[in-house]
Design a protein around this ligand. Structure first.
Ligand code: HPA
Length: 236
C-alpha cells in the first residue's frame, strides 16, 4: 500500500497518531518514548514510526509546516490508512499577555487567514473544532500534573513572515485568539470530514506580545510535559 506521500503497509500505521510539525521531532519522540518502534515512512523525509506507549500501539509522524502539508498527510492517513485519532503536538507564538512562554494550550478551535475553507465552502466560513472528549482528557491529565493549560481558539496562519499592512495578530487577539501556529485549522477540518477525533496541544515557544523566545533547554522540559500528556491522551 502506498499513497503519493506515505509508503507503508496499511497495518504498519496505528489508528492513533501523534503529529509534530518537524519530522526529526517525530524521530526523537519515537526513539525516546515508544517501545518496539519501527519506521514506516521516509518519503520526502517525512518520517513516520509505529511503536507502543504503555502497551498500546501508537504512531508518530511529521506533518510539515502549514495547512496544505498537514491536510495532505491527514487526508491520506484517514483515507488510505486506519486513522481514528490524531493529536498534533507543536509550538506557537502567544498573542495574549496572560499566555507565557512554556505555557500549554489546548486548541478548542482554530481561526485562520487561509483561503482553503473559504474555497471549500464557497465563501462561507467553517469552524474547525477539536474533539471534546480528547480535549477534556488532555485537560484532566494536565491537571493531574499540576499544569493548567489555557483552552480556547488558536490562529492557524499561512503567513509566518508578515508584511507591514497585513492583518495584524492584534486583531485576532482582540477577539480572543490565544496564539499563532500554522496547522490546526487543516487538521480539524480534514478530521471532521472523515469523522475521526483530533486535538492540538501546543507549547508557547515565543511571545508576539513581549518579543521573548524560550531557550533550547527550556523547550526540552516543556516538550516532555506536552508529550506525556499527548501520549496518555491518545491511548485513553
Ligand atoms: N507564528 C506562526 N507559527 C508559530 C509562531 C508564530 O509566531 N511561533 C511558533 N509557531
Amino acid at each position: 500500500m502506498a499513497t503519493p506521500h506515505i509508503e507503508a503497509e496499511t497495518k504498519s500505521v496505528a489508528p492513533r497518531i501523534l503529529m509534530p510539525g518537524d519530522p526529526l521531532r517525530a524521530k526523537y519522540i519515537a526513539e525516546n518514548y515508544l517501545d518496539d518502534m519501527s519506521q514506516f515512512n521516509c518519503v520526502r523525509n517525512m518520517f513516520g514510526y509505529t511503536g507502543t506507549w504503555k502497551g498500546v500501539e501508537v504512531s508518530v509522524m511529521g506533518s510539515g509546516m502549514g495547512i496544505p502539508s498537514m491536510s495532505i498527510y491527514v487526508e491520506e492517513l484517514c483515507r488510505f490508512y486506519q486513522a481514528e485519532r490524531i493529536i498534533r503536538v507543536g509550538t506557537c507564538g502567544s498573542i495574549q499577555e496572560s499566555l507565557k512562554i512554556r505555557d500549554l494550550v489546548l486548541a478548542l478551535s482554530a481561526c485562520t487567514d487561509s483561503n482553503i475553507n473559504t474555497a471549500r465552502f464557497k465563501g462561507c466560513s467553517y469552524a474547525p473544532t477539536a474533539d471534546f472528549a480528547l480535549a477534556r482528557k488532555a485537560w484532566e491529565l494536565a491537571s493531574k500534573r499540576g499544569i493548567e493549560p489555557q483552552a480556547g481558539t488558536v490562529v492557524s496562519t499561512d503567513i509566518f513572515y508578515a508584511h507591514e499592512g497585513d492583518l495584524s495578530w492584534e486583531r485576532w487577539a482582540e477577539y480572543g485568539g490565544l496564539c499563532m501556529e500554522m496547522e490546526t485549522a487543516g487538521l480539524y477540518t480534514i478530521a471532521a470530514k472523515h469523522r475521526i477525533q483530533a486535538l492540538t496541544i501546543l507549547t508557547v515557544s515565543d511571545s508576539l506580545v513581549s518579543g521573548k523566545a524560550e531557550s533550547a533547554t527550556q523547550r526540552e522540559r516543556t516538550y516532555t510535559d506536552m508529550m506525556e500528556i499527548a501520549l496518555d491522551t491518545i491511548i485513553s
